[in-house]
Write a protein that binds this ligand. Structure first.
Ligand SMILES: [Zn+2]
Length: 273
């Protein structure tokens, strides 16, 4: 009799191959044990719960600015993906953008386009363009399914992913979800992105912000401010989940002209103040 233990690696391999999705930006196959059809309802429910438990800012200039940048980043994402042959890729997205009154220096985008900015990140963002840098980067992680890949890898590690597609229904699954998607409210509850995911999100984010009409040359300055700001006092939550280094800043400087060139293809020849 063949021991089930011997079969397990094969089984895991089969599950991984079965559960692949394509990253529209790189064309590469990526691991997705939880399909979007299961992931998005969980994401939307967690987002609503987060909003109900936090102080959502409405009606202020800052809140309106977050919505405005959000709408432009969302529209730019749709245009970019359509132009690259991914029509309908964002059909199940339900974009939403909110500012919450919280001194934490953080911002995130959950699967399906659910975005939160914390008031604590606005001083380091400094301007609408700074907000667009951060939002473009966060949305890029969502578009490239980085959270999904990390969660799938985490599931394989923790559970061996014996079940094929995983339905997120119990408390443990939801905690896992929060760990990988930035909803964690305790410091250290959310795990950092890998360097390759950071580099990918920087590039996609830069393209999207430029197509949305925001100057991509500002991105390097934003990350410089973020780094300088992290010297004293409270640690930056955003930096803890998005590990940064000096090569990021030089990489962003090199990429900015490419983003400007890309934006021209979409008729964007000058950028907002
Ligand atoms: Zn990141």
């Amino acid at each position: 009799m063949i021991k089930i233990k011997k079969l397990l690696p094969l089984l895991v391999l089969a599950v991984v191959i079965y559960s692949c999705a394509t990253n529209p930006f790189t064309g590469k196959k990526t691991m997705a044990l939880v399909p979007n059809s299961d992931l998005f309802p969980t994401s939307f429910a967690q987002y609503d719960q987060f909003l109900s438990e936090n102080k959502v800012v409405t009606g202020t200039e800052d809140a309106q600015m977050i919505s405005r940048v959000g709408e432009r980043i969302a529209a730019a994402s749709e245009r970019y993906l359509s132009a690259n042959g991914y029509h309908g890729y964002l059909n199940d997205y339900k974009w939403e953008y909110h500012l919450v009154d919280d001194p934490t220096e953080n911002a995130w985008c959950m699967p399906g386009g659910k975005i939160v900015f914390y008031t604590g990140i606005l001083p380091v963002a400094k301007s609408e363009t700074g907000v667009a840098v951060i939002m473009g980067h966060e949305v890029a992680h969502a578009l490239a399914n980085h959270g999904q890949q990390r969660m799938s890898a985490g599931m394989l590690q923790q559970f061996g992913a014996v079940a094929g597609n995983v339905v997120l229904q119990d408390e443990n699954d939801r905690n896992l979800f929060n760990q990988y998607y930035g909803v964690g409210t305790q410091v250290g509850a959310m795990l950092p992105f890998s360097r390759s995911h950071e580099t990918e999100a920087d590039k996609i984010g830069l393209y999207i912000m430029a197509i949305a009409g925001y100057d991509p040359t500002e991105a390097a300055s934003l990350w410089e401010r973020m780094k300088a700001n992290s010297g004293g006092g409270e640690p930056s939550e955003l930096l803890s989940t998005h590990p940064s280094n000096d090569s990021r800043i030089s990489n962003l400087r090199e990429l900015a002209p490419h983003a400007i060139h890309e934006a021209k293809k979409f008729g964007v020849t000058s950028f907002r103040e």
